[in-house]
Design a binder for this molecule. Structure first.
Ligand code: 6PG
Length: 252
């Protein structure tokens, strides 16, 4: 596995600005290299600023959004109109402002039974990669990080973290008293590119735990995102990068 590239910026706005450029470049590169781009969006609140930047010029015109297949790395068990919906958030801040081809926007059905939603989403993913052997290889997966070092909806000590076969799982998260639908490690670790966008000093201990732990501690799900043949970028603000040593950052 190649070492992750860590980009640290002065503040969250700078991280969103630079993150938008990195994402747009990765999309254009994938289209140039393979004529297609299968991308998974992150949920939570941190990506909002980056999505708004992608929805504005120059990226609104620069990126051929209609050529993309758009997915989600996880979803909450809520309908798309719910305030907690990752799909809803991405539509509000990004997709509703772009000329995407909605036939190629593949949301996770958070409003139905999570196990059924997970199974249907795996079918949808495999259909988008029809004719390609092995585990589907996303061109780009965007991820966030929780203060407990969870990513997507892969939380510490939860079932989906040890899933080896399914590409998408319904994951019971007891402390949140809910079941999330999430991409699993086998799918994430086959991606060509993954980008973590993390801001805020409250995330600094988790960032250090993930980036500076030689062995991937089982308790840190994000540390187990180690693509077998892919590139990982970490886009951080100063707060999130405040506990990692400078030498692990490539830009500041
Ligand atoms: C979700 C996300 C989750 C998120 C982290 C960070 O559905 O919540 O996929 O993994 O990225 O919880 O969330 P914030 O960006 O809101 O801090």
């Amino acid at each position: 596995m190649t070492a992750p590239r860590v980009h640290a910026f002065a503040d969250a706005d700078e991280a969103a600005r630079a993150g938008a450029a990195l994402v747009a470049n990765a999309i254009v590169e994938a289209l140039r290299a393979r004529g297609t781009c299968r991308m998974a969006l992150a949920g939570g609140s941190t990506p909002r600023a980056l999505y708004r930047r992608l929805a504005a010029e120059p990226y609104r015109s620069l990126v051929p959004w209609a050529a993309l297949d758009i997915f989600w790395s996880d979803e909450r068990s809520v309908p798309p109109s719910h305030a907690d919906s990752n799909y809803g958030m991405a539509c509000d801040t990004l997709l509703n402002h772009l000329s995407v081809d909605w036939r190629h926007v593949h949301r996770i059905e958070g409003e139905i039974d999570p196990s059924t939603a997970a199974g249907r989403y795996e079918t949808t993913i495999r259909a988008a990669f029809r004719g390609e052997s092995g585990v589907p290889r996303f061109d780009l997966v965007l991820l966030g990080l929780g203060a407990d070092a969870h990513t997507a909806s892969l939380f510490p000590d939860t079932h989906a973290l040890v899933e080896r076969d399914a590409l998408v799982a319904a994951n019971r998260v007891a402390h949140l008293q809910t079941t999330r639908i999430t991409m699993t490690l086998p799918l994430l670790n086959d991606a060509r590119r993954l980008m973590f966008l993390v801001t805020g000093a409250d995330k600094a201990p988790a960032v250090r735990q993930v980036l500076e732990s030689i062995t991937a501690p089982a308790s840190a799900p994000a540390a187990r995102v180690q693509p077998r043949d892919g590139r990982v970028d970490w886009i951080l603000d100063a707060g999130a990068a405040s506990l990692i040593s400078l030498h692990s950052t490539v830009t500041r």
